[in-house]
Every structure is written in structure tokens, then in C-alpha cells.
Design a protein around this ligand. Structure first.
Ligand code: SF4
Length: 631
């Protein structure tokens, strides 16, 4: 019997309504470990080249990892992968909560979904049994309503539901998958892919806890969590204030995107900070299965213009950034309402907020007027207009709403060439609220990452800059990194930092571990404890080096997929706006990226990765990683 996982992958062919179980070998699980590395194994084999992202040939994988469901913090994660309708390259997103662990308890490790049902269905999985059920009555309903209907219908309040929302049914490109009505597999349009298959939801319930190889070792490690937390420089803030805790530190280093990435400091940053949320609108903290950190927010606002229902959670840092400083808005209630609306309709808050900020900059510069916006005075700082624009986007109201729902890159094609100057997208993905002007190596990762600008694909620069805390540097040494670099450098050593930490993060998105609990530097547990945890659960004898290879496999499989779809170095491109000096105040005012530094960093990065100058993995690289089959 395997430890940690069930050894069962459920294949769902919606066209044929055929559901079959595959039982891969232990060697297969150890090689890919779950998540997106495992998903890519199926996607590359089963999806034809050039498949329509919203056609039946697209293959959607939902994979947990080999430790999901174990009784320790930070293991309840699930990865969604498919061809992205946004970029035409690979799509990738992670989500947490209780759904991932419950899928494991239901005796399934992951799903490979293809085809298209002839009418809306949902997939019901309970304790190793599964069936497709009619979902016509769920269509058009908000995520919370779908939760209520299914709990009533199935007669079990403890079922977990992963669903696409009404935005996907209206064709919003950056639609997400939502569980608990407030946890998202947010990025790259995975909700639209699931909707295109006429699969409304995956609903799970199980009673089978995965076996653990060394229970005592897992309990011992688990008990260190509460002791490690208070002495870690970063964890108490995350626990108390959630991810919003970084609003002020981001502002201090000039990395809080303000007015659509025109400035790095927001004059009203205190109003949208984690501390202000705790003082004013926070109802309680929430968590994911078995996690002691409890970083999730629950916000309730009963009075005023913007009322917020606690079932939809509360704004994360990225949401405070994109609907806050990005839009020049400092109204916490409006931002939390925007968060609620995104969760009700199931869309990525980064893409939604950033697209509205892009529209605001176009409006301020006369590229669009009230004629296009349906009368909305879409100036920076106008919270009412922001909420109305979001409503139009989510319901695809009128031409303006439909255009916003395509994301900023496609909206720019509608509004004309002059608007391109205001884009902050890479491979169609709007940039998160961390600025490459302050975090240079993150700029490189935004460029080369296979699914576009992403802030959770490598460690952030301040953790490898002079003055970094001992805890962080001691952990980075385990990856071979021990020469912190000057602030804002993009030296070859910084590129090495970006690449090696990217491999570690890539492994985390395969084993499916939360990047706030396990990581190469600042998290609750570092690389040594990550190894201990995986070994305690599985009974294997993995090392940091073996985990880095798992990370490299995922990254190379992504790259092979993109190359197959015609993507390469030409697509590893940052937006023009990043090369224009920032305005405003603070340490990044007047700072721009340069083409030379980014192009040299790309050369250096491709060399480290074993790729050609065009960004294509060599045959030798794939053979070294034992994935030559992917050629
Ligand atoms: S740290 Fe936060 S996001 Fe990560 S598992 Fe714990 S509660 Fe969930």
C-alpha cells in the first residue's frame, strides 16, 4: 500500500461519459510527486498540439500531491492545469482550503478531464465511487448559492465543491475555479476551461485518511510548527494580518503598484494595510485543512455603501494591491466588496483589478471616454466607478463589460495601439502587485515564466539581498545560495538565486504544498523540514536535490508544451511600461528596467536551465531529467 496517496487517478471523458480509474506505480508518484508535474504527464500525452483552449480537446487536470491530507500545516492544495485561453500556452493555478484534502479522503489523487458533456453536469465523488449528475439547475447561480443548493441536495453539509462561476458562463477569460466560495485556483483562466467542458463542479466527500509511513516523525514535526512561528521574522504578521501584512513593507521598498504601475508608493497605503483591516472590518481568521497559520481573512461589513458578506472571505494582499493602489482606491470596504464579487462570480482578482486599473489609465489619457464606458467617470481613485465597472465585467454588460472581461491585452486591441503603452501584461497575464523595479529577479521570472507574470514562482529579491536575516540565508544555503547581492541588482548570482528558488517553488506546486508554510527562505518550514515531512508521510528517502529535480521536471514539461504551441524567447517579453521610469515618491521613483539587463539575464537563465538561446530545452536536458518522452 502506498503511504500518503491513494494510487488512483480518475479519468473523465465527458463526451463519452466514461469514468475510469488508473492505478499508476509508486515510481510514477515519486518521479512527479503530484500537482502540475503529474498533470503535465497527461496533458502532453493526451492533448493534441494546437487544441482549442475552450474546445473538447483541451485536457484539464486537477491534481493533489503525495502529502495532501496528512495531519500537518500547509498540505491541502490542488493544482489545475490545461491550455490557457489567455495565453494559448500552459495554464497553471493552485488553490487551498479543504477541497484538496477531501478529494484525497474520497480515495482519489487527481482527475484528468477531457471532452465536453452534451449538457451541464457535475461530478460527484464519494469514497471511491463516482458519477456524473445533472447540473442544469446550478447554471447562472453565484458560487455561494451553488454551495447551498448542493449541500441541501446531497444532504451533507461537509461536502467540498470546486466550481466555475457565472462569469465563466458569460465567457470572462480570466475565470477561476472556486471552493468554499472564497478559495481560488485563480490564474490563467482554468474556470473558463472547465465551463467550456460543461462541467459545472467537482463535488467530493470521503472518509479514508491517507496512511502515513512514520506517524511519530510527522507528529514531532507538526509540534514544532507553533514553536517556530513566533520567532520567525515573517510568520506572526502573516498569521495576524494575513497576506495584507506586506502592504506597508511593499510600499516602503517602492514595490506597491500605484495607479496602474506608474508609481511604487501609494500615499494612502495605511488605509489598505493589514493592520487597518484587523482594526476595522475583520470578523475572524480562517484556515485550510490542518493548518495552524490561519492566514485567511473573513470580513464582514454591515453598514454603509459597500456591504460585505463574510462567506466570501476577505481581500488578500494581491486584491488590496490590484483593486486598491493599482486603481488608486483607498476604501477598504469597496476593495472587500470587489473581492466578494470576484468570489461570487469566480474570477481572478489580479486580472480583474488590474484590467480595471488599465482602463482607468486609458480613461485618464483620453484613449477611452464616457462613450465607451457607458457614462462611467473611470478616474483613478473613483471607488464607485471601479465597483460598477467590475459589475459590468462580471455580467458581460454591454460592449464595455464584454471588453473588460477579455482582460487588458485584448481590450487594448479594441481601444487602439496607443493604449499598449499602459499594459502591464506578460503572455496575457496581468502583473501581480510586486514590482520588478524593486525586485529585479522577479522581473526576470515574470518574463520567462511559462504562464506569464507570477509572483509565486520564485523567491523574492529582498531575501537574497545584503542584510537578509540569518534564518533565511541559512535556509537558502541548502539550495547552494550563500552570497547575498546588493539591492536591486540583477547580477548572474541573482539570476542563479531566481532559478534555484524557482525550482524549489516549482516542486512545491507539484507536491502541492502551501508556499507560506514550506519554502526556501522565510516560511514556517524551510527546505530541511520539507524533506522531513515528505519522507515522514511517504516513507521515501528524498533529498533537497531530488526535490529540485522534480521542480525542474515540471518547469521543463511546461516549456515543452509552450514550444509545441509555437512559443519561445519572443514570448518571454516584459511590457513596455516596465522600461519607463516610475513617477511619484520613494526608492523606486525614477527607476526603470533596462532591455540590456533583462536580455542578459535571460541568456544567463536559459544557460542554467539547459535551454537553447531561443528558450527551448535541449534533448540532453530532458534526458537528464528522465523526461525524454516529452520530445
Ligand atoms: S498558510 Fe494560509 S493559505 Fe497556507 S495552508 Fe495555511 S491557512 Fe492555507
Amino acid at each position: 500500500m502506498p503511504n500518503g496517496y491513494n494510487g488512483k487517478i480518475l479519468h473523465v471523458d465527458l463526451t463519452k461519459r466514461l469514468l475510469t480509474i488508473e492505478e499508476p506505480s509508486e515510481a510514477f508518484y515519486r518521479k512527479y510527486m503530484g500537482g502540475s508535474a503529474m498533470g503535465m504527464y497527461y496533458i502532453l500525452r493526451e492533448m493534441p498540439r494546437g487544441a482549442d483552449p475552450v474546445g473538447p480537446d483541451n485536457v484539464l487536470t486537477l491534481m493533489t500531491g503525495v502529502t495532501t491530507g496528512a495531519s500537518i500545516s500547509g498540505q491541502s492544495r490542488i493544482n489545475a492545469n490545461a491550455k490557457s485561453p489567455i495565453s494559448g500556452g500552459i495554464g497553471d493555478s493552485q488553490g487551498g482550503g479543504f477541497f484538496p484534502a477531501e478529494l484525497k479522503f474520497a480515495d482519489i489523487d487527481g482527475l484528468v478531464i477531457k471532452g465536453r458533456a452534451d449538457k451541464p453536469v457535475y461530478l460527484w465523488i464519494k469514497d471511491g465511487k463516482f458519477e456524473l449528475r445533472d447540473a442544469a439547475h446550478l447554471m447562472g447561480k453565484k458560487t455561494g448559492e451553488v454551495e447551498d443548493i448542493l449541500k441541501e441536495e446531497i444532504g451533507d453539509k461537509k461536502i467540498e465543491i470546486l466550481q466555475h462561476g457565472p462569469a465563466a458562463e458569460k465567457g470572462v477569460l480570466f475565470s477561476s475555479l472556486v471552493s468554499m466560495a472564497n478559495r481560488n485556483n485563480g490564474r490563467t483562466g482554468m474556470g473558463l476551461v472547465m465551463a467550456s467542458k460543461n462541467l459545472k463542479a467537482v463535488v467530493v466527500r470521503g472518509s479514508k485518511k491517507p496512511t502515513v509511513a512514520d506517524r511519530n516523525a510527522l507528529i514531532a514535526l507538526s509540534k514544532t510548527g507553533p514553536k517556530l512561528l513566533p520567532d520567525n521574522p515573517d510568520m506572526p504578521g502573516l498569521a495576524e494580518e494575513g497576506t495584507a501584512t506586506v502592504v506597508l513593507s511593499q510600499n516602503t521598498i517602492g514595490s506597491l503598484p500605484t495607479r496602474n504601475y506608474s508609481e511604487g508608493q501609494f500615499e494612502h497605503c495605511e488605509d489598505i494595510s493589514g493592520a487597518r483591516m484587523v482594526e476595522t472590518v475583520l470578523k475572524e481568521r480562517d484556515t485550510c485543512y490542518a493548518c495552524i497559520v490561519r492566514c485567511k481573512r473573513v470580513v464582514e461589513i454591515k453598514e454603509g455603501a459597500y456591504k460585505v458578506d463574510p462567506r466570501y472571505g476577505g481581500a488578500e494582499y494581491e486584491t488590496l494591491g490590484t483593486f486598491g493602489s493599482y486603481c488608486g482606491v483607498n476604501d477598504l470596504a469597496a476593495i472587500n466588496l470587489a473581492n466578494q464579487m470576484c468570489n461570487e462570480y469566480a474570477v481572478d482578482t489580479i486580472a480583474a483589478g488590474a484590467t480595471i486599473a488599465f482602463a482607468m489609465e486609458c480613461f485618464e489619457n483620453g484613449i477611452i471616454t464616457t462613450e465607451q464606458t457607458n457614462g462611467l467617470e473611470l478616474n483613478f481613485g473613483n471607488a464607485d466607478a471601479m465597483i460598477k465597472a467590475l459589475d459590468m465585467m462580471l455580467t458581460a454588460e454591454g460592449e464595455f463589460g464584454k471588453t473588460l472581461g477579455m482582460g487588458s491585452e485584448r481590450a487594448s486591441k479594441v481601444w487602439g495601439k496607443a493604449s499598449e503603452d499602459y499594459l502591464v501584461t506578460v503572455k496575457g497575464a496581468e502583473s501581480p502587485a510586486h514590482m520588478p523595479h524593486a525586485k529585479r529577479s522577479l522581473g526576470l521570472i515574470y518574463a520567462v515564466n511559462p504562464f506569464g507574470a507570477d509572483h509565486q514562482s520564485s523567491e523574492h529579491d529582498p531575501y537574497y539581498e545584503e542584510g537578509v536575516a540569518d534564518l533565511n540565508l541559512n535556509r537558502l544555503k541548502l539550495l547552494g545560495l550563500d552570497v547575498p547581492q546588493p539591492e536591486r541588482s540583477l547580477s548572474p548570482e541573482k539570476v542563479r538565486f531566481a532559478y534555484l528558488t524557482e525550482l524549489f517553488y516549482s516542486m512545491l506546486d507539484s507536491v502541492e504544498l502551501c508556499q507560506f508554510v514550506y519554502g526556501p527562505a522565510w516560511t514556517l518550514y524551510g527546505p530541511a523540514e520539507t524533506v522531513q515531512m515528505i519522507n515522514a508521510v511517504t516513507g521515501w528517502d528524498v533529498t533537497v536535490d531530488e526535490l529540485q529535480v522534480v521542480g525542474a521536471r515540471r518547469l521543463n514539461l511546461f516549456r515543452v508544451f509552450n514550444n509545441r504551441e509555437g512559443m519561445g524567447r519572443k514570448d518571454d517579453k516584459l511590457p513596455k511600461k516596465f522600461f519607463k521610469a516610475l513617477k511619484g515618491e520613494g526608492p523606486t521613483a525614477g527607476i526603470a528596467l533596462t532591455h540590456n539587463e533583462i536580455e542578459s539575464a535571460k541568456d544567463e537563465y536559459y544557460k542554467l536551465a539547459g535551454w537553447t538561446k531561443e528558450g527551448v530545452p535541449t534533448q540532453q536536458t530532458l534526458e537528464n531529467l528522465d523526461i525524454a518522452w516529452a520530445i
